[in-house]
Design a protein around this ligand. Structure first.
Ligand code: ADP
Ligand code: MG
Length: 226
């Protein structure tokens, strides 16, 4: 069953055609990884799906709640960890405050941030900040969770702790769309992989299919990681 269906999505900035004709589906419980060179339109695709950007043409068929985790965390610097997590569920989703706080505490526990409830973002490591932003996205109870290069701003030693959280979510069958440059991670965690270049999908399929592709651009791209 498809949770998200995109047909012939197009997006330009001025005369720069960034998304040329993107069609894809995401099934419930699926982990889809999107890989591709910088500038290929991956962030724009996520931003169109999550309505941070308007599309020019095409259909995005989705009915539910979306969560988004950014590369640079996007936490509110003047809010505590708890407030960062609880703000949207209380203010936007109008949910019961006690219930949201209770859920947030169990999310913090799950993400190994139990003692950070009252901390401010500047007091946290990059890995902790990213885990808070994952907790914040999860607090909305999203049907699909999107990640835009969630570890690109992190040192290698902090990358692992964030990838582990995503792996754990995958094991719980959270539906996720993950833009990443972590090729081994993508290979291990993804049910399906899309390779984007220059605003089009060049390859898609299972990790084995995509990583053994004979497509020249795909091979050049993967060659940069070996
Ligand atoms: P990726 O995430 O794959 O690196 P992006 O989606 O960020 O690629 O960018 C794709 C292209 O769209 C780039 O040429 C970028 O300069 C352009 N672009 C992205 N956002 C904007 C914007 N808000 N205004 C103008 N151009 C943009
Ligand atoms: Mg990007």
């Amino acid at each position: 069953m498809s949770l998200l269906e995109i047909k012939n999505l197009k997006k330009s900035f001025g005369d720069n055609e960034v998304l040329k004709d993107i069609s894809l589906t995401v099934d419930k419980g699926e982990v889809l990884c999107i890989i591709g060179p910088s500038g290929s339109g991956k962030s724009t695709l996520l931003r169109c799906i999550t309505k941070l950007e308007t599309q020019d043409d095409g259909i995005i068929d989705f009915d539910g709640t979306l969560g988004l985790v950014f590369q640079d965390f996007n936490l509110f610097p003047h809010h505590s960890v708890m407030k960062n997590i609880c703000n949207a569920p209380i203010k936007v989703q109008k949910r019961n405050k006690e219930e949201v706080y209770k859920e947030a505490r169990s999310l913090l526990k799950k993400l190994d941030l139990e003692d950070k409830e009252d901390a401010y973002p500047y007091e946290l490591s990059g890995g902790q900040k990213q885990r808070v932003s994952i907790a914040r996205a999860l607090a909305m109870n999203p049907d699909i969770l999107f990640f835009d290069e969630p570890t690109s701003a992190l040192d290698p030693e902090l990358t692992g702790e964030v990838l582990k959280v995503i792996r754990d979510l995958a094991a719980e069958h959270m539906t996720m769309v993950i833009v990443t440059h972590e090729m081994n991670f993508a290979r291990n965690v993804a049910d399906n992989i899309i390779f984007m270049d220059n605003g089009v999908i060049i390859e898609e399929g299972s990790p084995d299919e995509v990583f053994s592709s004979e497509n020249q651009r795909m091979k050049e791209f993967l060659g940069k990681f070996t």
